[in-house]
Write a protein that binds this ligand. Sequence first.
Ligand code: BG6
Length: 493
Amino acid sequence: MKNLTMVIFGGSGDLTRRKLIPALYRLYKGRRLPKTFKILGVGRTGYDDESYRSHLKKNITEFVEDKERDNSSVDIFLSFVHYLSMDQSQEQEYTYLKEKIEQIDDIASNYLFYLATPPSLYERIPLFLKSVGLNKGRIVVEKPFGYDLKSAVRMNAIFKSAFSEEQIFRIDHFLGKETVQNILALRFANGIFEPLWNRNYIDRVEITAVENLGIENRGGFYDSTGALRDMVQNHLVQLLALVAMEPPVAFNEKEFRDEVVKVYRSLKPMNSKEIAKNVIRGQYMGVNKTIKGYREEKSVDAASHTETFLAMKIFLANWRWEGVPFYIRTGKQMPTKVSEIIIHFKSTPHRLFSSREECPEQNQLIIRIQPNEGCVLKFDMKVPGSGFDVKQVPMEFTFDKLGGLPMEDAYSRLLEDCISGETTLFTRSDAVEESWKFFDPVLKFWKENTDVPLYGYPAGTWGPLESETIIDGEKKWTNPCKNLTNTDLYCEL
Ligand code: BG6
């Protein structure tokens, strides 16, 4: 693509300043943007081009590290950025948008429309763009795509009435992470895992993506969203799909996304009894007046029942995974920020070294998405000396050993894909609906049964203890430490 005009709806919002503009600047600096480009931020705040540029300059300074940035290139980059103050929810205002685009774009460019607005606007913007003939180029939409199954189906229909599926990029930024893409390399570029990657050898899978922050200034959005819609229905189930999928015939937009959809279709539906047993939700509480509880956060209802923590046991109904529990968990205000996947292999069929005092644990493969990106394979070895003590030891790889991960974040990679029209890493309409089909009954169950417990947990802890009840037998959640190789349950962080 030689030229690009990108319009960011929600141009004065948080996502734009924290993620999109820094990512676009990185692409510019790396000469990865088209030769001629214009970026138009659109929003209600009353900036003009100049004041918008100085607002963004501050954010680039804050969110792009010193070594990646230099003042003169920031200024040149920003000279291609414009702003239009408009009410994005009003159809008549789109005429001004069209005029502004024509004014800044003198070459009838390729368009990229990015919806970084509150989700309530997603149903209107595509139609308003169509009404002024701007349904050209590509449209990118942030998650959550839909509020439940019904609204997701409705949204798909609205988007498709204005744009074709190839023009629609439903973004899930987890798929832009190097380490998430690396799950595919780990599984499908190595011969040793695939023969073991099934119900015969795997006991259970844990997927944890937790954060040590609260909801910051996103109270209004979060209180009507909650952890299930914010993290689980998209990011976590996407990670689950990468772990559980069959090898695609090829890594392309059709074959890869077909396999993702097949995983979603095999998510075993739960009845009310199973939901009550297998889904635990929680909400963080304040600690010592130093950390606010969720209900004290700005723009949050003082009696809110929104979950900030969710733990869930999920089964897949297919040949490979029948009977293997997938435990997934997410939460705000946890002890640390970490995302990791643990594959727990089954024990050996016969315990040869039964005389030892402590039985070593089963083999584990830990895939660390962030931080300390890498993986660890844990296996048992004999402790040197008399007797026959066996101890679990780690064999580890971290990305530092490959020269470290590139500084860029997931958004740079995904924006580059949007610009080049590469849809493989974006969620297809059928995937959104299949995933909602599984999670929708959970939301309905909560709505219809107001007595479903919402457990409080003190900010800075690993969530409600009740989340342990969904794990079978004596096993427990693995609470990851900053140090990748230390798996003591409540280790120091
Ligand atoms: C976003 C959620 O999609 O992902 C946020 O809306 C969450 O609530 C964020 O904090 C986590 O992403 P990352 O890349 O920081 O782990």
